[in-house]
Design a protein around this ligand. Structure first.
Ligand SMILES: [Zn+2]
Length: 248
């Protein structure tokens, strides 16, 4: 008898984590999304849509909590929250995200975001008696975020266990060492072809918020770093693992 709480942004990684969690033997699976003024609020709408599809497909309740984290919006200068800052793989000084520029990080890095979101999720998990918190953080795709690494996950898990006096609390990160191609494969293993189609068509990754054109890997602008990473993973998955004709 265990419950799991999945952080669901509406993107590829968190949706794949949700599919994976649903394929495991949890009694109840809940989802939490955060509203912190992210540039592409289209993600939140996609998260709701994804849960609607999964409820009708699985017959499970899948409660969804949307929590406001306005402090992140107030504090962050990142390209992920401000439309005035360009998306740069390594932030340049004067372009708006000075912390990222000083530390050689992408302009989309939001300082302490995952620490805040995971602590907030842990408060909800305590309320729900859900000792497994599932997050899509991943260090293998090399986006360069320090709070997506195992070196962050382990001490964060230890800190939350201590903070809550809850030794069973687990921060599960099923994608931690998976490449983007392996993430596509996990969706396939967890939910078959319909899982792939759900991830391909319903999840949102593009930094530009573009959802007008459906490419082989899903919707996106086809130009930003997030679209490039997603597309490269899809093509590697199709080339090595998956019969693309199955989707024709
Ligand atoms: Zn894009």
């Amino acid at each position: 008898m265990t419950n799991a709480l999945v952080l669901l942004s509406g993107g590829q990684d968190s949706t794949t984590c949700l599919l994976d969690t649903l394929s495991l033997a949890y009694d109840e699976v809940s989802a939490v999304s955060f509203d912190y003024g992210q540039r592409h609020r289209v993600e939140l709408g996609q998260a709701r849509h994804i849960l609607d599809v999964l409820r009708s497909r699985t017959g499970r309740a899948l409660p969804h909590y949307v929590l406001q984290v306005p402090a992140l919006r107030d504090l962050a200068d990142a390209a992920l929250t401000s439309p005035d800052i360009a998306v740069e793989a390594t932030a340049t000084s004067g372009a708006g995200n000075e912390y990222a520029a000083r530390h050689g990080l992408p302009s989309t890095f939001v300082p302490a975001r995952n620490a805040m979101l995971l602590a907030t999720a842990a408060a909800l998990a305590a309320k729900l008696d859900a000792p497994t918190i599932v997050t899509g953080i991943c260090e293998a795709d090399d986006a360069g975020y320090p709070d997506c690494r195992e070196a962050f996950r382990l001490p964060m898990e230890a800190a939350l266990r201590a903070a809550l006096d809850w030794p069973e609390l687990e921060l599960a990160a099923p994608l931690m060492n998976r490449t983007k191609a392996e993430t596509w494969k996990l969706a396939w293993q967890a939910a078959g072809e319909w899982g792939i189609e759900l991830v391909r068509q319903a999840t949102h990754t593009c930094y530009e918020g573009e959802r007008r054109e459906l490419h082989d890997y899903g919707y996106g602008c086809d130009r930003c770093p997030a679209c490039h990473t997603r597309a490269a993973g899809w093509r590697e998955f199709v080339a090595h693992e998956f019969n693309a004709g199955a989707l024709a």
